[in-house]
Ligand binder design. Structure first.
Ligand code: HEC
Ligand SMILES: [Cu+2]
Length: 336
């Protein structure tokens, strides 16, 4: 191949690798646990590759060096039989050693991945069709609060998530940070992980849970411990009533139009439990469990017709005049 052409092809050759990095990739680990999982994967891959290459080489050599057909196919060749026996025995032993070695490695890796730290920050995450309820729990109830579809965590500190489901089986998976764990009704599962670096990672439900399973994602924002502390103190507070007329109108409509039957906004009369908590919805990064990025436009589009964006989801389409829609969006946006 001419040199200029080869040079031109280099960017294409690196494209598949570039796809391995990013905010949702087990091949670009950003947590202690995902590091360990990737290390185990590489060791398995290398051992399996070496064995596979050896088998292919032996296969090719034996095909090329085929013996002439013997005159007497049934005659025994004792020395040859013995040598064959020894080779089969050695290969059997090697298989045993490799399988045992890999088992021990994977067991050791699991001990790191499932290690428990009692000082971990604890979150309770409840899976719903098709969104995530996130509860920050603290010994004192005035420091406990609820949010949805987004978790913020401090870097360098272990985080324990307690997983439960309100309906069917879901699965919590943030490939950049750790492995998967199912959320099952009536059972408490637990997962611990530590983010090494600050950043935004994407989590996804990894167990088919119905119509909108693919639109059941969440964001993980790993913040420096200081920043996390500030966010937590802020998130802990209820919201104060809007002071501008449009906001006030939005707040009334939120109650008048039945939104409050399903959604809680702490500090107001809205206390519904069927849908995500909206207390600080304006500061979240996505709308409808990672389906759309947060903005006035996407928020309005969602409220105007949630069934168009996520067909089959549990928020009904409510007929709203455009003025009312604008007021509600204005109100929700300022809930930061
Ligand atoms: C019958 C219950 C119900 C009613 C009534 C309802 N919602 Fe919802 N809402 C939900 C559910 C369930 C979801 C989660 C949908 C999903 O993501 O699958 C949701 C999601 C949302 C979200 C996105 C939250 C997030 O974290 O991304 C917003 C914003 C919202 N609703 C606003 C409203 C407004 C405004 C009204 C009134 C016009 C309203 N809802 C009425 C049940 C309801
Ligand atoms: Cu799910």
């Amino acid at each position: 191949m001419p040199v200029p052409m080869r040079t031109a092809l280099v960017p294409f050759a690196t494209l598949p690798l570039a796809a391995c990095a990013g905010r949702q990739s087990a091949l670009d680990p950003q947590g202690l646990q995902s590091d360990e999982i990737l290390r185990t994967l590489f060791i398995f891959l290398i051992v399996a590759a070496v064995v596979w290459i050896a088998v292919v080489i032996v296969l090719c050599v034996s095909m090329l060096r085929r013996k002439r057909t013997a005159d007497q196919p049934l005659a025994l060749d004792a020395p040859f039989e013995q040598a064959t026996g020894r080779v089969v025995f050695a290969l059997g032993a090697a298989t045993l050693v490799i399988v045992l070695g890999l088992s021990i490695l994977s067991y050791a890796g699991q001990r790191t991945v499932f290690a428990k730290d009692e000082r971990a920050l604890t979150l309770k995450i409840i899976g719903h069709q098709w969104w995530w309820e996130v509860r920050y729990e603290d010994d004192s109830p005035d420091k406990s609060f609820v949010t949805a579809n987004e978790i913020r965590i401090p870097t360098g500190q272990p985080v324990r998530v307690e997983l439960e489901s309100a309906d069917v089986i879901h699965s919590f998976w943030v490939p950049s940070l750790t492995g998967k764990m199912d959320l099952i009704t009536g059972q408490k599962n637990e997962l611990q992980f530590t983010a090494k670096n600050a950043g935004v990672y994407r989590g996804q439900c990894a167990e088919f849970c119905g119509l909108q399973h693919a639109h059941m994602a969440f964001a993980v924002l790993a913040l420096s411990p200081d920043e996390f502390g500030r966010w937590r103190d802020h998130e802990n507070q209820s919201v104060s009533s809007p002071t501008n007329p449009l906001g006030k109108q939005g707040e009334q409509l939120f109650r008048g139009r039945g939104c409050a039957l399903c959604h809680t906004i702490r500090g107001t009369l809205a206390g519904g439990q069927l849908g995500p908590d909206l207390t600080h919805v304006g500061s979240r990064t996505t709308v409808a469990a990672g389906t759309l990025p947060m903005s006035s436009a996407t928020l309005a589009a969602w409220i105007a017709d949630p069934q168009h964006i996520k067909p089959g989801n549990n928020m009904p389409r409510m007929p709203l005049q455009s003025d009312d829609l604008i007021a509600i969006v204005h109100y929700l946006e300022q809930l930061k």
